[in-house]
Design a protein around this ligand. Structure first.
Ligand code: SAM
Ligand code: SF4
Length: 453
């Protein structure tokens, strides 16, 4: 599925594209037509400032057309930092000596309650890989505990590549997206970064989604840890991996995450010659948006505030907020934190992030309706491609935001937020949807919860 030489040949053949070539590809992308690998390579090789601006603009336009003003909110929850792997870039690698910790089920319940108090409804459950400390039974019970004892409605799971049988267990317990980052699609860099470990098997890792699909999971989230290898190569490889899944299983990635390598204990960024600059990062996010317009794109708090604000305008559809990446990290301010997996750059509270989003006209969304109505995999993609996402998702986003404002907002958010929600609702063109939505917003203000289309 990933042929290194083929990718470099495609990139080489599209080197120094003419202005006319770049313009043509951008125009095609603006119509949301599927781009060929050569055309994607043309975009990756475009260097001229005017062209880059056009790429950013079209990415913003596509994002607006497909996702509207919504930005989906979530938070990671780290339940264990025990790890048998030795990924050179990660603070949790086995060579780093520190007291390891895994949460008891009571502690998991408490963390879920604390996340609930921040207003979250959607989590990404994170865990190191350890067959005896955190076997699949532990992960499954952690998920059951959260669903049973909190109002968290969707748990996406980011655990190490595993067997088809274990993926069935995750499916049965009702996970949202199964997330796994390839880290790097460059086989040589992969072997170098994952020495002597379970994770060190490139092929096994690369085919994890095949096993997940065979187990019945139809909602998978990919990612590359940008900084481990050439970013242009990684973007092409991500798109090829997605195409392979679409061709083989009828559905590709539900989301793509774009983590950039950050400083962590036991590693130096100086050892990474492929670190991605801010400009390159903007290019890669926007080119992904043009290449796979219907795939959700996730940005974490690894990125600083300015970069997050900017990329939400140009393609990102989902962000984490108020995140902690240490095990059991959601606590009051007096809590002494455990070692982090890596450094964070946006440490604002969820409330601050939401206010900043709304100031720019975005709708922070806590909606989980698709997942709860079984609208996953190709059923979700059909909805996205039908252009009707706005008629269902935007009203749902506004209702969940109303809930958030009522339950977790401070006085200033209550004052401004409710008029923000109503203004957006008034702008919905479909009158039946608009009337029902306005009625539902009033019901939520009066105390009803969990209404959705
Ligand atoms: N342990 C599982 C795994 O490796 O697949 C679960 C995910 S791990 C807790 C989450 C992700 O953090 C990794 O996939 C990796 O991409 C990312 N990560 C690790 N070290 C990082 C660093 N120094 N900077 C940024 N992201 C990092
Ligand atoms: Fe373990 Fe995941 Fe960190 Fe690798 S990235 S050391 S597998 S926690």
């Amino acid at each position: 599925m990933i042929d290194k030489k083929q990718i470099y040949d495609i990139l080489e053949n599209a080197k120094e594209p003419t202005a006319k070539e770049v313009d043509q590809v951008i125009k095609k992308a603006a119509k949301r037509e599927r781009l060929s690998y050569h055309e994607i390579a043309v975009l990756l090789n475009a260097e001229n400032a005017e062209h880059l601006e056009k790429i950013y603009d079209v990415a913003g336009q596509i994002k607006q057309e497909i996702y509207g003003d919504r930005v989906v909110m979530f938070a990671p929850l780290y339940i264990s930092n025990h790890c048998v792997n030795n990924c050179k870039y990660c603070g949790y690698r086995r060579d780093n000596v520190f007291p390891r910790k895994k949460l008891s089920f009571d502690a998991i319940k408490e963390q879920a309650k604390l996340l609930e108090k921040l207003g979250h409804k959607r989590l990404a459950l994170e865990c190191g890989e350890h067959p005896t400390e955190t076997p699949i039974d532990y992960v499954v019970k952690a998920i059951e505990t959260i669903y049973e004892h909190s109002s968290i409605r969707r748990i996406n799971v980011n655990i190490a590549a595993t067997t088809e049988e274990n993926y069935k267990r995750l499916l049965d317990v009702g996970i949202g997206t199964y997330i796994l980052f390839q880290e790097t699609y460059d086989q040589d860099a992969y072997y170098d970064q994952h020495p002597k470990s379970l994770k060190g098997d490139y092929e096994y890792h690369l085919h994890a989604f095949d096993r997940a699909f065979k187990a019945g999971i139809d909602d998978v989230g990919a990612g590359v840890l940008f900084g481990l290898a050439d970013w242009k190569f990684e973007v092409m490889a991500l798109i090829m991996h997605n195409a392979y899944l679409e061709d083989t299983y009828g559905v590709g990635f539900h989301t793509i995450s774009v983590p950039r390598l950050k400083k962590a204990t036991g590693m130096s960024l100086k050892d990474y010659p492929h670190m991605v600059t801010d400009e390159e990062f903007k290019r890669l996010v926007t080119i992904l948006r043009l290449s796979v317009p219907y795939v959700g794109m996730i940005l974490s708090t690894r990125e600083p505030i300015d970069m997050r604000s900017e990329l939400i305008e140009h393609g990102i559809s989902q962000v984490s907020a108020g995140s902690k990446t240490d095990v059991g990290g959601y606590h009051d301010e007096t809590y002494e934190h455990e070692p982090d997996q890596f450094e964070l750059a946006d440490e604002r509270s969820v409330l601050e992030v939401n206010k900043a989003l709304m100031e720019k006209g975005h709708i922070p969304s806590y909606c989980t309706a698709c997942y709860r109505n079984g609208r996953t995999g190709d059923r979700f993609m059909r909805l996205a491609k039908s252009g009707k996402i706005g008629l269902i998702c935007e009203p749902n986003a506004l209702m969940t935001l109303t809930e958030y404002i009522m339950d977790y907002g401070d006085e200033s958010l209550k004052d401004n937020g409710l008029s923000f929600v109503k203004e957006h609702a008034e702008n919905i063109k479909h009158t039946t949807v608009k009337d029902k939505l306005l009625h539902n917003i009033d019901r939520i203000i009066a105390g009803e919860r969990d209404l959705f289309f």
